[in-house]
Design a protein around this ligand. Structure first.
Ligand SMILES: *Cc1c(COP(=O)(O)O)cnc(C)c1O
Length: 417
C-alpha cells in the first residue's frame, strides 16, 4: 500500500485555505532525499548533484536544493535565468542542452557554467557563440541497445542525444587545440530506472571510455556525469531505490577501473530530477462530477494541464481518496479531467473506494515532470504550487494562473481589451 507524505486530514485542512487543484510538495522528504544521495556518494570527494531544473522549475524548491549543497542542471535560456537569479554561478551550473540556440550558449558561457556539449558540430558553434571554455563536458551515446545482464533497458541507438565514441575522441582532440584543458563525460541511457544496477553499469561504461580516451589523447579528465534516470516507485508494487547499494556499486566500478588506471581520480556528478522531487509532490484535486455511461467516470477539477504523464506516457499515478484510505477498493472508475481529449484520464479502470462528489483525491508522485510539463490546452489554467514546510506550515510557492496570465501574450495590442 502506498502512503502519502502527510495525512489526509492535513490535506483537507489545506484545501480550506487554498482552492483545488494544487501541487503540494514535502520539504522534509526533499531534504532527506538529497542527504541520502550525498551520503551514498560521500566516498567520492568531488561528488556533486546538479538538480535537473526541468523536473520542477520552482525557485523556492531550487533554494532548498541550493541550501542542501546541490548545483543545477539547466537546458534552456529561462532555466539559466532562474539559476542566475538564485545566485548559482560557474561550476554550480551544468548546462545540458541539445539543439541549442546561439543565445543560450552565450548566456551559459557568461555565467561560466559547465557546458555539456551534445554534438561534435556544436564545437565550432560554441566557439562562435560564447567561446570554448577550459572545462567542458561531452555527451556520449554508445548507440545500439543498452543492456544490463542481457535485458534491454534503453535504446541509445534511437536517441537524438550525444556523440559516438569516435566523435568524442575527435572532439577531445579538437577542443584541446582550441583551449579546453579539463574534460567531463556524460551519458543518459535510460529513464525512470528501477534497476539499481543502472548507475553502476553506466559508470563502468563511462570509466572505461575515459581510461581509453586518456590513453589515446593524453587529455585530463576530471569527472563523469551520470545524469538523471534513477526511478521512483510509482506503482504500489515498485520498490524505492536503494541509494546505498547504488553508491557502493559505483564505487566498486571506480576502484576496479579508475583507481589502478593512469586517470587515478574522477569526480562523480549526477543530474537527477525524478529521484529528487518526484515522490515528494502530490496533485490535490476535488471530484466535481460523476458520470455513468458505458463506464463510471469521476470528473475532477484538475486535468492533463496539471499532470500530463498519464496522457502522454500512459503512466501510472497512484490515487488516494482522502478519508477513505481504509475503505475497500470495490468500485472501478476512470478518473478524468475536463480537456476535450479522451486521453485526459488520470486513471483508467482503477479500483478505488466508492467516490462521491466533493471528495478530495491525492494523485501521488507528481513532484517531478508534473507541474513542469503542463500546458494551456483548451484555455485551461495551471494550478498553484504549495510547500509543506518542515515545521508543518504551508507556503504558497506559485500562485495559480489567472485569465490575465493566459491573455498576457496579447498585451502588445488591444484586441481583447
Ligand atoms: C531530463 C534530464 C535529466 C533528469 O532526468 P530524471 O529522469 O528526472 O532523473 C537529467 N539530465 C538531462 C540532460 C535530462 O534531459
Amino acid at each position: 500500500m502506498k502512503r502519502l507524505f502527510t495525512d489526509g486530514e492535513k490535506i483537507k485542512e489545506i484545501c480550506k485555505t487554498y482552492p483545488t487543484p494544487f501541487h503540494l510538495y514535502d520539504e522534509k522528504g526533499i531534504r532527506e532525499g538529497v542527504r541520502r544521495l550525498k551520503a551514498a556518494f560521500s566516498w567520492n570527494e568531488d561528488f556533486q548533484e546538479y538538480f535537473a531544473v526541468k523536473a520542477c522549475p520552482n525557485p523556492f524548491l531550487l533554494k532548498i536544493m541550493q541550501a542542501e549543497g546541490c548545483g543545477v542542471d539547466c537546458s534552456s535560456y529561462t532555466e539559466l535565468m532562474i539559476a542566475e537569479k538564485l545566485g548559482f554561478h560557474g561550476e554550480d551550473i551544468m548546462f545540458s542542452s541539445n539543439v541549442t540556440p546561439a543565445q543560450d550558449f552565450q548566456y551559459a558561457r557568461k555565467l561560466e557554467s559547465i557546458i555539456n556539449l551534445d554534438d561534435f558540430s556544436h564545437i565550432d558553434f560554441l566557439a562562435q557563440n560564447g567561446g570554448i571554455p577550459e572545462l567542458i563536458c561531452l555527451r556520449y551515446n554508445p548507440g545500439g541497445d543498452f543492456r544490463i545482464n542481457g535485458s534491454i533497458m534503453g535504446n541509445p541507438g534511437d536517441a537524438k542525444y550525444g556523440m559516438t565514441g569516435a566523435q568524442i575522441r575527435e572532439a577531445v582532440k579538437k577542443l584541446s587545440k582550441m583551449g579546453a584543458k579539463r574534460f567531463g563525460i556524460h551519458a543518459f541511457l535510460a529513464s525512470n530506472m528501477l534497476n539499481p544496477d543502472y548507475y553502476p553499469s553506466l559508470a563502468a561504461i563511462l570509466f572505461e571510455l575515459i581510461v581509453t580516451l586518456h590513453q589515446e589523447t593524453g587529455a585530463t579528465f576530471e569527472f563523469v556525469n551520470l545524469s538523471g534516470g534513477i526511478g521512483i516507485p510509482y506503482k504500489p508494487e515498485d520498490k524505492p531505490q536503494d541509494l546505498e547499494y547504488i553508491g557502493a556499486k559505483v564505487k566498486e566500478a571506480y576502484d576496479r577501473i579508475i583507481v589502478p588506471s593512469p586517470v587515478k581520480k574522477l569526480g562523480i556528478k549526477t543530474e537527477l530530477g525524478r529521484y529528487m522531487t518526484g515522490s515528494h509532490g502530490i496533485l490535490v484535486t476535488k471530484v466535481i462530477h460523476e458520470k455513468k455511461t458505458c463506464k463510471d467516470y469521476i470528473g475532477v477539477d484538475a486535468c492533463a494541464v496539471d499532470l500530463m504523464r498519464p496522457a502522454m506516457y500512459g503512466a501510472y499515478h497512484h490515487i488516494t481518496v482522502l478519508g477513505k484510505e481504509e475503505a475497500p477498493c470495490n468500485h472501478t472508475y476512470d478518473v478524468t479531467g475536463g480537456l476535450c481529449e479522451n486521453n485526459d484520464k488520470f486513471a483508467i479502470d482503477r479500483n478505488l473506494p466508492e467516490i462521491e462528489i466533493g471528495d478530495i483525491l491525492a494523485i501521488h508522485d507528481t513532484g517531478a515532470h508534473g507541474y513542469a510539463m503542463g500546458y494551456n490546452y483548451n484555455g485551461k489554467l495551471k494550478s498553484a504550487e504549495l510547500l509543506l514546510k518542515e515545521d508543518g506550515s504551508v507556503q504558497m510557492i506559485r500562485r495559480a494562473e489567472t485569465p490575465k496570465d493566459y491573455f498576457a501574450t496579447f498585451d502588445f495590442c488591444d484586441i481583447l481589451q
